[in-house]
Design a protein around this ligand. Sequence first.
Ligand code: ZN
Length: 391
Amino acid sequence: MQRKIRNNYESYNDFFEAHLPRRRFLYADISKVLKRHETQFCVNLEGCSVLGREIKSYTIGSGETVVLLWSQMHGNEPVSTLALLDVMNFLETENALSLLKKLTICALPLLNPDGNETFCRRNAMGIDLNRDAQRLTAPESRILSNLYKTIKPNVAFNMHDQEQYYTTLPERKQTMISFLAPKFNAAGDVNDIRCAAMQIIAVAKEFLEPIAAGCIAKYSDSFMPNAFGDSMQLWGTSTILVECGSAPDDIDRLLPRRTAALAIIRMLESIATQDYTEIDIDKYMSIPNNIRDNTFDLKITNIEICMPGERSFRADIGIRRYKGADFEDFADFSTEYHVEGFGDLSNYGGIKVYDGSECSITLQKGVKIGDKPDYTILLNNGTQVPINQLY
Ligand SMILES: [Zn+2]
């Protein structure tokens, strides 16, 4: 059934997939949600994951221009799928009708369901699906490759999540969303195919400015011939990488999810109306780079370190969430923190920064890298603050 919605940023709540409001979900949860789409989308079973979970595509629209969107080839990047589910809800509204006359849209949410189940980047064979575009070792990679060959999309969206330590220059705010029109050769040439991807991204950038200014970045553009995005760009599909980032105090990444969903809807509209052809690619080129720097979750600056019987001194302390055994995990899902920097950390950023110049810490053995920071800070006015209140 079609719902009528308003056509602006605020209408997002009308198509937000409210059955999956949290960042983590299991295959059984998303299967229920996808079942609901079987009435308006044309569903096709594309194959099964290594552990036998069904992977389906959902197609809607009757237009000449074919668009493919797939999400979460990395299992621990669920926000990309949630944003795609929001987009699928939008596509069932009246506001999408004109768009669906111009476009045929094929969505493949959750390409790596086994990785999603264990919150792991790779598939159940240990293969990184986004380095498998040439060898097609994994069944999930073959599913994507076969779907691509069958529908021959004009435009493709490759949807991922990125870590919380990416920031955007010049203010080094946490990146909310980053985009890339991947290279199709090492030289980084720009042909018509890649140029269109750049222009479509530039449209999204302009559209997002009012809600994500200073947090929109361009993803690192090193050429990776075994990645799907780079390969599709080479095979003649304008391909767009979308990386859902993070925002302060937003563990479920609801803001990046909303930003990505709205951006994709705007890009679909642009592909349908072709208004992107009017935009200069300089507007893409000038998007600031996404910086993966040594940002700490908490940086305490210039705090006095006191040890009984020793001279006190001042230093910065850098604290990060602990990644645990799997270094490919997303750190912001951990509740354990470790000291990872100590001394002069002026060249490092902090998602949260606490000015320690009016404070001290007294420790028997000083601060050690790897410590669990169960320290208490003493403010000049005598107040004691446990560090874990500052995370
Ligand atoms: Zn990824």
